[in-house]
Design a binder for this molecule. Structure first.
Ligand SMILES: Cc1cc2nc3c(=O)[nH]c(=O)nc-3n(C[C@H](O)[C@H](O)[C@H](O)COP(=O)(O)OP(=O)(O)OC[C@H]3O[C@@H](n4cnc5c(N)ncnc54)[C@H](O)[C@@H]3O)c2cc1C
Length: 345
């Protein structure tokens, strides 16, 4: 059988894609959904204990805007229901509703729990080679997520970013007399710095490249909505990075000379310098999987979506930003799905 659509990945982006295809009237028998675990992706596995930079209201909009999610019929009394709409929250609050929606969608579409390894276009459909089997689809959405980037510049042991951003898990990495390096100055870096400071790390060196950037709330828009610091993370940065630097924290401009001088003094390092898309599945004949950043097209019938293939959009002062976040994924999908539906293999 050749499916009309295959969605690879069941993180928030894959969930949105399957839901929107159903809403668009694609028959559930024509949709194949592939993931290794169907446990809300990295959002569920790695980032649940991270404070969001999104307000609760936008999470609710994500859940309510797709009819096939049937979210309003959920009988469960999720804590997200009771969270203040205009406040940020821990991402964990969103994991449970997303798992509920995943289970609901799994009852509707065809699913395979496996890893997609290779995609090959032939006879106007995509052959998807999985670890344990293979299948075909006319259209494929890659919603396969991204891993934190590392710099291969030293042998200093790395603290995984998901541990550095988790106020509970960071403790196991902090030993009395150690010096810990943190590369970066965006949302993730600030969260890591805060966790290290508040959990008593003795000496922290923050390698940064640019001044902190804060979201600016105007009457009808947010400037630097995608790149600026927001919520409690912005408040902490104002008070302790641009304000009174904690005694344990040193900021170091990240030149080659400075890194060469200071990094060998460190016992551990956290890289909070962005994300890179996962390498699987390999798409034969499409090199590095470049995509059109304004609409997600990789090749005929092959589309990239989610944190691995974020929309690039100019903000209202003409600066290009990559849009990552659940509501941004949904808003983008609403605009690009009509294009994707007209561009099969
Ligand atoms: C620190 C941090 C804070 C964030 N804060 C917010 C926030 O406040 N608000 C917000 O809206 N967003 C936030 N995000 C952004 C975003 O929502 C998450 O990164 C989200 O997890 C991205 O969703 P995704 O579906 O693109 O990828 P993922 O969640 O990574 O899901 C990808 C899925 O694809 C599967 N997969 C990968 N490769 C294969 C393969 N070859 N075969 C089969 N399956 C495969 C994986 O197993 C996984 O299940 C944050 C992100 C980070 C990192």
């Amino acid at each position: 059988m050749i499916y009309e659509w295959a969605v690879i990945g069941a993180g928030p982006a894959g969930i949105a894609a399957v839901g929107k295809l159903l809403d668009q009237g694609i028959s559930s028998a024509e949709i194949l959904w592939i993931d290794l675990a169907f446990k809300v992706g990295d959002f569920g596995a790695r980032w649940a204990n991270v404070p969001s930079n999104t307000k609760v209201d936008l999470f609710n909009r994500f859940l309510q805007t797709v009819k096939s999610f049937e979210y309003l019929s959920a009988e469960k009394n999720f804590p997200l229901y009771h969270a203040e709409k205009n406040k940020t929250c821990y991402l964990s609050l969103m994991v449970e509703p997303l798992q509920w929606v995943t289970n609901k969608l799994k009852e509707k579409v065809q699913t395979i729990e496996d890893q997609a390894e290779t995609l090959t276009l032939n006879n106007r459909s995509w052959r998807i080679q999985l670890k344990k089997s293979e299948c075909r689809a006319k259209n494929v959405i890659l919603a396969t997520g991204a891993d934190p980037k590392n710099l291969a510049i030293s042998t200093v042991p790395i603290i995984p970013l998901q541990d550095a951003m988790d106020a509970g898990r960071i403790k196991q990495h902090i030993q009395n007399s150690e010096t810990i390096a943190v590369f970066g100055s965006s949302h993730s870096a600030i969260l890591a710095l805060r966790n290290l400071v508040e959990n008593g790390a003795k000496r922290i060196l923050n390698f940064y490249r640019s001044p902190l950037l804060y979201a600016i709330y105007l009457e009808d828009a947010i400037l630097f909505d995608d790149t600026g610091l927001k919520g409690p993370t912005a408040e902490w940065a104002h008070d302790f990075i641009d304000g009174k630097l904690p005694a344990s924290l040193e900021r170091i401009y990240s030149t080659e000379e400075n890194v060469e001088h200071y990094l060998p003094q460190c016992d551990k390092v956290v890289y909070a310098i962005g994300f890179e898309r996962r390498q699987l599945p390999v798409v034969e004949g499409v090199g590095h999987l470049n995509y059109i950043e304004e609409c997600g097209i990789i090749a005929p019938g092959l589309f990239g979506f989610g944190i691995a293939y974020p929309e690039a959009k100019e903000n209202f002062i003409g600066r290009k930003e990559y849009r990552v976040g659940l509501w941004k994924f949904m808003d983008y999908l609403q605009r690009v799905l009509p294009i994707w539906l007209k561009y099969p293999a």
